[in-house]
Design a binder for this molecule. Structure first.
Ligand SMILES: NC(=O)CC[C@H](N)C(=O)O
Length: 356
C-alpha cells in the first residue's frame, strides 16, 4: 500500500515509498551527481529545497561524517529511485522526510520542462494525498525566504588556523561549505568565519587581507548585508566569492541576477575559461545566475552548455569569483587553483586605494 505522496506545483500527486517519515515542503530541484550524496545532503545551499537525485541508487557506499560539509542535513526532503537503508536511517535520525520507488526520470523531465517547482511531501503510515497537497499549499517561492541567511549562518565569528602564516580571510558565512574553509586553511590562511550580517565596522576591526563571500541558499538579493560589505570594501580589500558569493558581488557592483529555469546541479558541468580557452569539469549547485555583470566585472569563464557566467574578475580592483564550486566535494578537483589565485591577490598589495 502506498505510504508516501509527492505533490507537485500544479496539483499532480505522485505515489512513492516512505523511507524517512514526515511531512515537508520545499522547492523541488534535481542533481545529476552520481556520487557525493553525503556532501550534497549537508550542503547549506540546499536549505528550503527538496533534492531529487537523478542517479538511481543513492547510499551504496554508506554514510561517513568526515564527508559532511556542515553539521546537519539541509534539504527539507529527499527523493530518489532507490535509497539504501544507511541513507534512509540517517535521514530519519535527522528528521528529514525521504521517499523512493517512484519514477525519478519522469520527475526530472517534468522539472526540466516546467522549471524548479513548489512541492509537498507526506511520508509514513496513514498519510494521505491531501497531506502532501496541504504541504504544497504552504510552500513558498525560493525568493520569498527573505531570512534564509539566518537559518544557515554561524551565530558568531569562528576562527580556523589562528596561528597560520598566510592571509587573514574574512569568510562571510551565507551558508559556507566546510570544504571552502578547508581549502583556505590547507593553504595556511587564517579563516575568520563571520555571520552573514556582519557590519562594515566589524570587518574593519579585523582588517582582513581578503573579503570572501561564501556560497549559500536562496535568492542572492536576500543577502543585503553581504551586498553592503562588498560595496564598502570594493577597491580597498581583495574580494572573492563562490556561487551565491559571485551573485552577491555582481549585484553589489551594479550587475543583476535572475532565477534560472531549473538551474545547474551536478558534478560534470563544463566551463570554458575565455582567456585560456581551457575547459574544466565543475561541480555546481545553483538556481540563480548573473544575468548582467554590470560595467565593473569581466566575464572570464562561461558554462559551455548555456553560456551563463561562471567566472567574474576585475584585475585592477582584485575581484575574483566563481559560480561553480572550486572546492569540489562532491565532484572534480580541476579548479582548486582558484584558492591559490584568491590568496595571491592577498599578497599583492597593488589593489587601488578607495577614493570615495
Ligand atoms: N551553491 C550556492 O551558493 C547557490 C547559490 C544560490 N542559492 C542559487 O541557487 O543560485
Amino acid at each position: 500500500m502506498t505510504d508516501a505522496y509527492v505533490a507537485l506545483e500544479g496539483g499532480r500527486v505522485v505515489e512513492a515509498r516512505a523511507r524517512a517519515p514526515g511531512t515537508t515542503r520545499g522547492e523541488l530541484v534535481f542533481t545529476t551527481a552520481y556520487t557525493g550524496y553525503e556532501e550534497s545532503l549537508t550542503d547549506p545551499s540546499y536549505e528550503e529545497q527538496i533534492l531529487t537525485f537523478s542517479y538511481p541508487l543513492i547510499g551504496n557506499y554508506g554514510v561517513r561524517e568526515e564527508r559532511f560539509e556542515s553539521d546537519r542535513v539541509h534539504p527539507r526532503g529527499v527523493v530518489a529511485r532507490d535509497l539504501t537503508d544507511d541513507v534512509a536511517e540517517w535521514l530519519e535520525a535527522e528528521g528529514v522526510p525521504a521517499v523512493d520507488k517512484l519514477d525519478t526520470r519522469d520527475l526530472v523531465t517534468e522539472i526540466r520542462d516546467s522549471g524548479a517547482m513548489k512541492c509537498g511531501i507526506a511520508a509514513g503510515e496513514g498519510v494521505t494525498e491531501q497531506d502532501a497537497l496541504d504541504e504544497l499549499d504552504q510552500c513558498k517561492h525560493m525568493s520569498d525566504h527573505v531570512d534564509i541567511g539566518d537559518q544557515v549562518t554561524t551565530p558568531e565569528t569562528v576562527v580556523y588556523n589562528e596561528d597560520g602564516d598566510g592571509a587573514d580571510v574574512a569568510l562571510i558565512d551565507c551558508g559556507a561549505k566546510g570544504s571552502i574553509i578547508t581549502s583556505l586553511v590547507e593553504r595556511d590562511a587564517t579563516v575568520h568565519l563571520m555571520p552573514h550580517d556582519t557590519t562594515e565596522d566589524e570587518v574593519a576591526e579585523l582588517d582582513p587581507d581578503v573579503l570572501f563571500i561564501s556560497n549559500g541558499p536562496g535568492d542572492p538579493e536576500n543577502f543585503d548585508e553581504a551586498n553592503e560589505l562588498v560595496d564598502s570594501y570594493v577597491g580597498e580589500t581583495p574580494i572573492a566569492g563562490i556561487c551565491l558569493g559571485q551573485q552577491v558581488v555582481a549585484n553589489a557592483l551594479g550587475g543583476e541576477t535572475e532565477k534560472m529555469e531549473f538551474g545547474h546541479r551536478g558534478v560534470n558541468q563544463p566551463v570554458r575559461d575565455l582567456r585560456t580557452d581551457r575547459v574544466v569539469m565543475t561541480t555546481q549547485n545553483h538556481g540563480y545566475t548573473v544575468a548582467d555583470p554590470g560595467d565593473n566585472l569581466e566575464v572570464t569563464q562561461i558554462n559551455v552548455n548555456d553560456d551563463t557566467p561562471e567566472g567574474l574578475e576585475n584585475d585592477e580592483l582584485d575581484i575574483l569569483t566563481r559560480q561553480y564550486h572550486p572546492e569540489a566535494n562532491p565532484g572534480p578537483n580541476d579548479s582548486k587553483d582558484f584558492f591559490d589565485d584568491v590568496l595571491a591577490m592577498a599578497e599583492d598589495d597593488s589593489v587601488a586605494t578607495r577614493t570615495n
